[in-house]
Design a protein around this ligand. Structure first.
Ligand code: PRX
Length: 690
């Protein structure tokens, strides 16, 4: 029934060109209805595109839904399998009412993702093609690796890991900045069947310790320090503290491999634990540059990536080899209209899922040339991104709305002083892109000629779920448009009943797809409870969504206790638990508020223990506590002193009211009669400006 919504004839009447609402598109004027603003790809673009018309999409989409086994096995056959999968392409139980949730794709198929990224492409003649360009934080510092050179380095690391006893199925924690060694390490783990768990190098020691304790890695791989912008960050100190912390929980780390980054810190100034720490440069080059592949089952784990949920404990999202490989490669190829001549740059860090699927695996599986950028996007000034685009002739540029908004604020001059003529496709991810940022990205950055792929997806989904196919149909600024092949999004109401046609509700997915996560590490029950129980029969995304009259999807943000700050997912419970760990904080409630650049900001209501006075020092100290426990990116934007919190008689905090107070929508507080103490609200409002 979904297909009905995607009526191709409505979308692209006859041919191409930016026809409707051209004036609004160019001037960024507010339209009476965003839904009516169609931005069409040019005829030249559509003619050369991998999917060039709504009809072609419809045909492929229809097949992917009606014959998923045939559709996906044809695609999967383009990869190397030591042994083909068994009889079933997909075996799933997607309904909690029928027992344990199980998702399997290509089970029995024996393959290796690293082999498919590197060896397979080299055998196909890409050995001398650049796989990774690396651009350092300081302009002028750069490097590159061809596919053959990358394979050699990956093999050296793989041999080292094997030598220290890392075996198939063992976890390895990677806490590295955006240097080539990060994707190299990921691929080395994949080569030997080890399970990497990359932790974003902006997470604090405590967050890192929590992850070490959970997955008990055989080794931690890091770097002594890094510079982002002008600031040196002493990563090794953070790792030391984390390893000490997890030792208290009985989890010891025997090996810490440290990449020496002399630009940020001298070797002799790096703190060292003899017997445990070892310099990357002292050992890795000594290992042979060939390493046999550990062949794994399609359903063997590839990596673990921790993400935030609605409780304080991060969730270890587990992805397996075969399905993830097929899915990330395919989504990359179609959503970015990838061609072998492209130079691709994704500004995400490999510490997040975007960096896993669309810096490392998806592009390399396609034999693409990928740019890895170490630094901050506005260093030394707001023109850096376009300087890099011109320097490497980047043709596909994938980033987050928060960066678009921040560059927009810095002004067009930083953009227009660069040519950017190499660009042909733009991408957006992490949060809904507001139409005005979309138009600025489209008109100013892309000179009104590059389609924007606004890709909606999640750590859990492994790859794109709802995304434009840039040459295929008209876009609407701010809408992620239509589902990718094989994806059946449904919108359900509170009771879990599917709603048809034009509607709003909770976004769920019917049926599995190859890139879906298989479990939460060590907690399958939480996996089922969080994602499959809220609406039985479906995967629940946690997002709200509206479908318009033309079947376009408009993501409206999280509907659970998760906030999205600069595209980083943060659980309100995590921030609350950090705040209440402060000895002077009795209680805390955190909500998201609209933020001009970050999308959402963190707004914390804090109740202090009896008789502690409010003070500026205490406010700073509370913020510091969150920075230390989670990371700087989770620091509250606002601390609102709260003599009490609005609670129901059963003690549940009414966040709805807090959200309204935080966004100063005081005349929309709604029904407060169920509160245990309605006076609390009045007090909170009085304290708003304190
Ligand atoms: O709320 C959605 C938002 O980011 C959440 C997933 O966060 P995470 O797992 O960290 O992955 C981010 C990168 C894929 C989603 O539940 N989100 C992501 N992309 C979009 C988006 N919201 C709207 N539009 C998007 N394109």
């Amino acid at each position: 029934s979904y297909l009905r919504h995607v009526d191709s004839r409505k979308l692209m009447p006859n041919g191409a060109g930016h026809i409707p609402h051209l004036k609004a598109v160019i001037l960024g004027e507010a339209l009476a209805s965003e839904e009516d603003d169609l931005v069409l790809p040019s005829k030249e673009f559509s003619d050369q595109a991998n999917v060039h018309s709504p009809e072609q999409y419809m045909e492929m989409y229809k097949r992917s839904i009606e014959d998923p086994d045939g559709f996906w096995s044809e695609i999967a056959s383009q990869f190397y399998w030591k042994q083909k999968w068994g009889e079933k392409v997909c075996d799933e139980n997607f309904d909690v009412r029928d027992g344990k949730i199980k998702i399997e794709w290509f089970k029995g198929g024996i393959t290796n993702v690293c082999y498919n990224c590197l060896d397979r492409n080299i055998e196909a003649g890409l050995g001398d093609k650049v796989a990774l360009y690396w651009e350092g934080n300081e302009p002028g510092l750069d490097g590159s690796l061809t596919y053959s050179q990358l394979l050699n380095q990956v093999c050296q690391v793989a041999n080292y890991l094997k030598d220290i006893g890392v075996k198939k199925g063992d976890a390895v924690i990677v806490y590295l900045p955006m240097i080539n060694e990060l994707p190299i390490t990921m691929l080395a783990c994949a080569r030997i069947g080890a399970v990497h768990s990359v932790v974003f190098a902006g997470f604090s020691a405590e967050s890192l310790a929590q992850r070490i304790t959970d997955c008990k890695p055989k080794a931690v791989i890091t770097c002594n320090a890094v510079r982002r912008g002008t600031k040196p960050i002493l990563l090794k100190d953070i790792v030391d503290a984390a390893i000490n912390d997890s030792a208290k929980d009985g989890v010891s780390v025997d090996v810490c491999l440290v990449y020496d980054n002399p630009v940020a810190l001298k070797r002799e100034d790096t703190k060292w634990t003899q017997g445990r720490d070892i310099w990357w440069q002292d050992v890795i080059p000594k290992y042979p540059s060939t390493c046999p592949v550990e062949w794994v089952d399609a359903e063997d784990p590839l990596f673990l990536l921790y993400t935030s949920g609605s409780t304080g404990k991060p969730k270890g999202v587990l992805h397996t080899a075969g399905g993830y490989m097929v899915y990330t490669a395919t989504t990359f190829k179609y959503a970015f209209d990838y061609k072998p001549s492209d130079i691709y740059w994704c500004t995400a860090d490999c510490g997040w899922i975007t960096g896993h699927s669309y810096v490392t695996y998806g592009p390399l599986l396609n034999g693409a040339t990928v740019l890895v950028y170490e630094g901050a996007p506005n260093y030394p000034d707001a023109g850096r991104c376009w300087d890099i685009v011109d320097k490497y002739k980047v043709s596909i540029f994938y980033t987050a709305p928060t960066l678009v908004r921040s560059l927009m604020r810095d002004g067009e001059a930083y953009v227009t002083r660069y040519s950017r003529k190499s660009l042909r496709v733009l991408g957006s991810v992490g949060e809904p892109i507001n139409p005005s940022a979309w138009r600025w990205f489209y008109n100013v950055v892309g000179d009104s000629r590059c389609p924007i792929s606004d890709t909606w997806w999640q750590t859990e989904t492994g790859g794109f779920m709802i995304t434009p196919l840039p040459g295929a149909w008209a876009q609407k600024p701010g809408s992620a448009t239509f589902p990718f092949f094989g994806i059946q999004p449904v919108i359900v109401d509170e009771k879990g009943v599917e709603i048809d046609g034009e509607c709003s509700g909770y976004l769920c997915i019917k049926k599995s797809w190859p890139g879906a996560f298989r479990t939460l590490y060590g907690d399958h029950e939480r996996y089922e409870t969080t994602y499959f129980k809220p609406f039985a029969g479906y995967y629940f995304s946690g997002d709200g969504c509206r479908r318009d009259k033309d079947g376009y999807h408009w993501l409206t943000g999280r509907v659970d206790d998760v906030i999205n700050v600069s595209g980083h997912r943060i659980g309100t419970a995590e921030v609350e638990s950090a705040l209440v760990s402060h000895p002077q904080c009795a209680e805390a409630a955190v909500v998201g508020v609209e933020h001009e650049v970050k999308g959402q900001g963190i707004y914390a209501f804090v109740t202090l223990v009896d008789s502690v006075p409010y003070s500026e020092d205490l406010r700073k100290d509370l913020i510091l506590t969150v920075r230390k426990q989670i990371g700087a990116f989770a620091a509250p934007d606002k601390i609102h002193w709260a003599p009490g919190l609005p609670k129901t008689r059963s003690g549940k905090i009414m966040r709805r009211i807090l959200r309204k107070i935080a966004s100063r929508q005081l005349d929309e507080l709604g029904d407060t009669s169920t509160l245990a103490d309605p006076n609390v609200v009045k007090q909170l409002i009085e304290f708003s400006d304190s």
